[in-house]
Design a protein around this ligand. Structure first.
Ligand code: SAH
Length: 246
C-alpha cells in the first residue's frame, strides 16, 4: 500500500508491552507500518516482540517520542479514538468514514490515528489536538475494546478503504496549498491565545471553554498554509497596535 508511509498509528502511554506487539501485528496484517509510541511504560520489550510475531520489523523501526504533540507535529489530519464521548461534542467519524478519510487524505499528506491508555484512554487535552474523533460502535454495557483490538478494527477499515479506492479511483479535490500541520496549528493557537489575553478578551485563569471551542472551530475548517500565514500576520499586526509604544 503506497500510502502507508503517510499513515501513523500513534499509541499514547501504553502500559502493557503485549498490546504494543499485538498492535504491530494488526498493523502489518493490514499493510500499515508507521508506529509511533508516546512515552510507553515498557519498550523495547521481549513481551512486545513475542506478541508481534512476524511484525517485529514494525517494532524495530517504531518511533518513540515523549509527547503527543511531537508525534503528530508533521500531520495535517489527526483522528483520535475514544470509547465514549466527553466534554464538548466533537466532529465524529464512524470507523468506515474514518478509513475513507484517512485513505483519501494520505494521498496528499501525513495523517495520524491516535489511541489512548488501556485504563483511561485519551485525556481531554489530547482529544482536542484531533480534527475528528472515531468511536467503534460496541456493546453499550461494555464498549471499551482491548487497545490492540481497536487498532485491528480501524486498521482493517483503512485497508478496506484502500482496496475500494484502488478499484474505483476517486477524483482528488484540487487545492492550491498544502494544509497546515499540527505543529503550525499549535503555534497559531498559542499566538491567538496570547493576543486574546492581551485584548482582555480571554483570562487564562478563568478559561471556561474558550480555547477548546476555538480549537474545534479552526479544526473544522482545515486551514491551509497560505491562510495560516494570513491569520498569523493579522495577529502580529494586532499585537503591534496594542503594544504600548515606549
Ligand atoms: N477506559 C478507557 C478505555 C480505554 S481502551 C476509556 O474509557 O476511554 C484503550 C484504547 O483503545 C482507547 O483509548 C482507544 O484508543 C481504543 N478503544 C477502545 N475501545 C474503543 C472504541 N469502542 N472505539 C474507539 N476506540 C476504542
Amino acid at each position: 500500500m503506497d500510502i502507508a508511509k503517510n499513515i501513523k498509528i500513534v499509541l499514547v502511554n501504553t502500559s502493557h508491552p503485549g498490546n504494543i506487539g499485538a498492535a504491530a501485528r494488526a498493523m502489518k496484517n493490514m499493510s500499515l507500518d508507521q508506529l509511533t509510541l508516546v512515552a510507553p511504560e515498557e519498550f523495547p520489550s521481549g513481551v512486545a516482540v513475542g506478541r508481534a510475531a512476524s511484525a517485529v520489523d514494525i517494532l524495530e523501526k517504531a518511533t518513540v517520542v515523549s509527547s503527543l504533540q511531537e508525534a503528530i507535529a508533521d500531520c495535517s489530519l489527526v483522528v483520535g479514538t475514544s470509547a465514549r464521548s466527553r466534554s464538548i461534542p466533537w466532529p465524529m467519524l464512524n470507523p468506515r468514514e474514518c478509513g475513507d478519510k484517512i485513505v483519501a487524505e494520505a494521498q496528499q499528506h501525513k495523517v495520524a490515528l491516535v489511541f489512548g491508555r488501556e485504563d483511561s484512554g485519551l485525556n481531554n487535552d489530547e482529544l482536542q489536538l484531533c480534527h475528528f474523533h472515531v468511536q467503534i460502535p460496541a456493546n453499550e454495557n461494555y464498549s471499551s475494546l482491548n487497545l490492540a483490538a481497536a487498532v485491528m478494527v480501524l486498521s482493517y477499515e483503512i485497508y478496506s478503504a484502500h482496496l475500494d479506492r484502488s478499484a474505483n479511483p476517486a477524483d482528488e479535490q484540487a487545492w492550491d496549498q498544502e494544509l497546515s500541520t499540527a505543529a503550525q496549528m499549535e503555534h497559531f493557537y498559542q499566538h491567538l491565545e496570547d493576543v486574546l489575553v492581551a485584548l482582555d478578551f480571554h483570562d487564562r485563569d478563568n478559561p471556561r471553554q474558550l480555547m477548546q471551542r476555538l480549537r474545534r472551530l479552526y479544526g473544522r475548517i482545515r486551514i491551509d498554509a497560505m491562510e495560516m500565514n494570513i491569520l498569523r500576520g493579522i495577529l502580529t499586526h494586532i499585537q503591534q497596535r496594542i503594544r504600548p509604544k515606549n
